[in-house]
Ligand binder design. Sequence first.
Ligand SMILES: C[S@@+](CC[C@H](N)C(=O)[O-])C[C@H]1O[C@@H](n2cnc3c(N)ncnc32)[C@H](O)[C@@H]1O
Length: 191
Amino acid sequence: MNMDELRAKWDARYAGADANASALDVLTDYAHLLPHAGHALDLACGLGGNALFLAGCGLKVDAWDISPVGIARLREAAVGLDLVAEVRDVTAEPLPVSHYDVICVGNFLDRSLCPAIAHALCPGGLLYYQTWTRERVDDSGPGDGPFRLGSNELLSLFDGLVVRAYREEGAIGDRSRGFRNRAQLVAERPG
Ligand SMILES: C[S@@+](CC[C@H](N)C(=O)[O-])C[C@H]1O[C@@H](n2cnc3c(N)ncnc32)[C@H](O)[C@@H]1O
């Protein structure tokens, strides 16, 4: 799928969505680790549930996505908040270096971008990342393919950062319980 087709796919999905997205579990579960102030980025934000959550926590937020429909809806939802939402292809425009106190990435995976994401954090900055894994207990999320993480892959993609929280439960034990189908990481750029 080329970029125009990808944009059209997400535009159509967001035009039909009847509610704004909520924040990822990794953000709500580990919100107590967030700084009280600072500059955050929601990368590939979609409808911006994570961006809205971060702004509600007192952070100044940038939110980027290729979908003009998603960005327009986020702008409407963000009136009065310190949140700047922009249409931006994150693979085409380089990320600023040592710039963000918090970066959040949800349900988006471009492995080639991971070193730049780590470098876009300020020293002491925090990465919140959550996305789908190949090991899973049901069919939720994208089909098998490059958008799913291998076992512990998220740790290796950000091995220069200090892990503060990590969860990936695979398919073992009682499959009806727990945090399944996804991995979540909170990691800090060393100061
Ligand atoms: C599954 S959605 C995730 C949205 C949001 N992060 C969330 O967790 O709900 C994937 C998003 O990635 C965006 N996207 C895909 N490729 C992109 C790119 N190169 N630059 C910016 N956004 C991109 C899509 O438009 C879509 O909104």
